[in-house]
Design a protein around this ligand. Sequence first.
Ligand code: FES
Length: 111
Amino acid sequence: MAALTVTFIETDGTERAIDNVDAGPSLMEVARNSGIAGIMGDCGGACSCATCHVYIDESWLERVGAPDDIEYMMLDMVADVQRDNSRLSCQIRMREELDGLRLTVAPLPGY
Ligand code: FES
């Protein structure tokens, strides 16, 4: 199985490169398994909590793709910190074409 890398930038600016990531799990699962600060994933990946909100590095946006309608509605829950490159990390599965992906953990609303 491919050993992929994804880099999370935590809200305090700490860069955490996670190596040996398998294709298949969601980025929320990768983050939680790696102890990335700020990714809680309270709903377990059911797209109903928005506690896995991330900003995708601009250069990766096209490969990652846009949110679907349900995810877009859920992003409304974090509208005060939502950006054009917002995604819910539970809705993105790690795959080979995302090897090297960089994303930033979004702050919780109100912070
Ligand atoms: S984990 Fe709940 S919306 Fe992503």
